[in-house]
Design a protein around this ligand. Structure first.
Ligand SMILES: N[C@@H](CCC(=O)N[C@@H](CS)C(=O)NCC(=O)O)C(=O)O
Length: 206
């Protein structure tokens, strides 16, 4: 059975929701950051990066959200979570996932884990100060050009939706008023109404 390692409040929420939307049979195992479990040998044996999410499959462990999302979509084709048969549309979806992972998530991450991003406290403070503007810039681009709605990729629900929902959930904590982005805010509210999302949130908030 698939096993997802997750931590509440993190990007692992996207993979968790995708598994639930896919109707996958999986086990969810919490990694407690407050006990630094992600740095313990037991977890590093699962994911040497010391990060969540990690998805254990019968062929090995996957990390990196876009890869896990694509794996879920391709493993459960009946759930229709990605246009896997259309090279252009699938590439367009991967482009959206890559932007969220490589740019938006990284803009958010600069607010955290000082030692990883900057050598001294002053440099880290300077990075943190830029987080609201960097996040707002990313979401302005998504709202203005990338997001056509009602779903992230247009008319059809895909694996980009739980990922966008997850990252848009960080806006307030990153000092950004989501009301600036009405399309993203409406998407976030719609996603929160999905039964799969409610089931996952009940687990991660327990
Ligand atoms: N590019 C990775 C990022 C993974 C990542 O940064 N995960 C964070 C939570 S959102 C984490 O595990 N942080 C723990 C740490 O940095 O110690 C992905 O998309 O999965």
């Amino acid at each position: 059975m698939l096993k997802l390692f997750y931590t509440p409040g993190t990007c692992s929420l996207a993979s968790h929701i995708a598994l639930e939307e896919a109707g996958a049979s999986y086990e969810a195992q919490r990694v407690d950051f407050s006990k630094a479990e992600q740095t313990k040998p037991e977890y590093l044996a699962v994911n040497p990066k010391g990060r969540v999410p990690a998805l254990v499959t019968d062929r090995g462990t996957l990390s990196e959200t876009p890869a896990i999302l694509a794996y879920v979509a391709q493993s459960f084709p009946d759930a229709r979570l990605a246009p896997v048969a259309d090279p252009f549309e699938f590439a367009r979806l991967q482009s959206f996932l890559s932007y969220l992972c490589s740019t938006v998530h990284v803009a958010h991450a600069h607010a955290r884990r000082a030692a990883r991003w900057a050598d001294d406290p002053a440099a880290h403070e300077a990075m943190k100060a830029k987080v609201p503007k960097n996040m707002a810039d990313c979401f302005a681009l998504i709202e203005g050009t990338m997001f056509t709605g009602p779903f992230a990729m247009g008319e059809t629900y895909t694996i980009a939706d739980p990922y966008l929902f997850t990252i848009a959930g960080w806006l307030e904590g990153d000092g950004v008023d989501p009301a600036q982005f009405p399309k993203i805010l409406a998407h976030r509210n719609r996603m929160a109404e999905r039964p799969a999302v409610a089931r996952v949130l009940e687990v991660v908030r327990a």
